[in-house]
Design a protein around this ligand. Structure first.
Ligand code: ADP
Length: 442
């Protein structure tokens, strides 16, 4: 309802009232007295309305407002309408909040609402169960003070919300939780905790199985290798037509040994925690070694160039990096026809230290690139196994890099060549000016 402007009526009525008292006063011969009585009546009326308004506001605004005519009626109705509107808005908000909480409670993940500075604002029942939180005691506490696992602390510190972290539940160490933080709203975060115990158990079983079986295969393989070598050396015992089968046997035993070694290395990379404190890697020496190995493997068939920015340093596990870089280089040699060239560069680009291995080999069709680091994934399976690959090289590279907070980038063009780049965002610049050393050789 629209309230029209009451002031013309109020003013006209007041003026008429005062004029009437004056007139009556003149008629009875006491104008001032009658006028004063009239003014006092008006004042009393307004005081009464003020009293009714104040006691309505003070007692309970749920009751209907006092009834009055004129401007006081407008004031009572206006206030009442505003109050009703506010109440409806509040009810709507409460309903919305209740629905939000009900749906978050129904979610299969433990969920915590975090403020921008990492304090817990609200959480659902599963979060209480998984993380042992107490409502309302823990409200306002920093999440880092309640979940104290070192992996979680590292995850919080690095601030890379693309990934998740797995930790045992602080409530029940048999339960494995996958924790992920999702930014939302303005500078707020949702922490999601999922129970992945079953998956984790299966994954551990698979890892243990691969690790154990590789270990078990090692001894029989060593025996087989020794015997086939012995047989090959016994010229008088081994007839000439057994020469080729024996050579084939040796070759296959070698291949299987490489496979078992790679499987063992992979299972170690998957199960062992990276050392918290790692030493500085002598990258110059390491790259020289792996390039020398690649030159020996190429047997002079490729030109291999090495360019090193000596001022760039990283911390890490020497042996792990050696095997990752050596896999990249041996792939470049394997998949590049004789006469091609391979460029190995250690350089700084876009806030990272990078190791790139670029070859002029056969290249890889684009649709294979996302799957290259899967175990046993091969672009051309027949050819790759003939080339002596185990199909595990790039899986090892990926694991080693992720243990160094680094990633692998691949670009390739069929018939032109491929570039594999290991990108290390955590690095140090040792000297001020980059000092570059180059070496090129067959
Ligand atoms: P493999 O032991 O078979 O070389 P990897 O995991 O090292 O296994 O590599 C996976 C597949 O990626 C290889 O089989 C090969 O098809 C392809 N590949 C890897 N490096 C190169 C390269 N430099 N040029 C072309 N293809 C490559």
């Amino acid at each position: 309802m629209l309230i029209s402007n009451p002031w013309p009526v109020v003013l006209t009525r007041s003026a008429l009232g005062l004029a009437a008292t004056l007139l009556i006063g003149l008629i009875v011969g006491a104008p001032l007295l009658v006028f004063a009585i009239g003014a006092a009546g008006l004042l009393l009326y307004n005081l009464i309305q003020l009293y009714r308004l104040e006691s309505w506001l003070r007692r309970s605004r749920k009751r209907r407002p006092p009834r009055a005519g004129g401007i006081w009626g407008n004031i009572f109705d206006g206030l009442d309408r505003q109050y009703q509107r506010q109440r409806e808005r509040r009810y709507r908000l409460v309903r919305l909040l209740r629905r939000f909480r009900e749906s978050v409670n129904a979610m299969p993940d433990g969920t915590i609402l975090l403020t921008g500075s990492g304090e817990m604002d609200w959480w659902n029942q599963l979060a209480t169960r998984y993380l042992g939180l107490h409502w309302p005691k823990d409200r306002g506490q920093r999440i880092a003070n309640l979940i104290r696992h070192p992996d979680f602390a590292e995850y919080l510190e690095q601030g890379d919300w693309e990934t998740a972290v797995k930790i045992p539940s602080p409530q029940d160490s048999r339960r494995t939780l996958e924790i992920r933080i999702v930014p939302y709203g303005q500078d707020q975060q949702l922490l999601l905790a999922r129970d992945v115990s079953e998956l984790h158990r299966l994954e551990t079983m698979r890892r243990d199985f691969v690790g154990n079986i590789s270990h078990e295969l090692r001894t029989p393989l060593t025996v087989l290798r020794g015997m086939s070598e012995q047989l090959a050396e016994m010229d008088d015992l081994a007839p000439a037509d057994l020469e080729r089968p024996l050579a084939l046997m040796e070759q296959q035993v070698d291949r299987m040994t490489r496979l078992v070694d790679d499987l063992l290395l992979l299972s170690r990379l998957e199960t062992e925690r990276p050392q918290a404190r790692r030493g500085a890697v002598n990258i110059n020496e390491l790259l020289e070694d792996v390039v020398d190995e690649a030159r020996a493997m190429s047997q002079g068939n490729h030109v291999i160039n090495l360019t090193v920015d000596e001022g760039l340093g990283i911390a890490g596990e020497d042996e792990e990096l050696r095997s990752a870089f050596s896999n990249l280089l041996s792939n470049a040699v394997k998949y590049t026809e004789p006469g091609g060239s391979i460029d190995v560069r250690w350089f700084e680009a876009a806030g990272a230290a990078c190791l790139s291995v670029a070859d002029t080999g056969r290249g890889i069709p684009l649709h294979h690139l996302p799957r290259l680091t899967e175990r046993f994934y091969r672009v051309d399976s027949g050819r790759a196994s003939r080339d002596g690959g185990t199909g595990l090289g790039l899986a090892i590279v990926k694991h080693v890099l992720s243990r160094h907070s680094a990633r692998l980038e691949v670009t390739s063009e069929v018939g032109e060549g491929s570039t594999f780049t290991a990108v290390f965002p955590l690095y140090t610049r040792l000297g001020k000016a980059p000092s570059v050393r180059e070496a090129s050789e067959r």
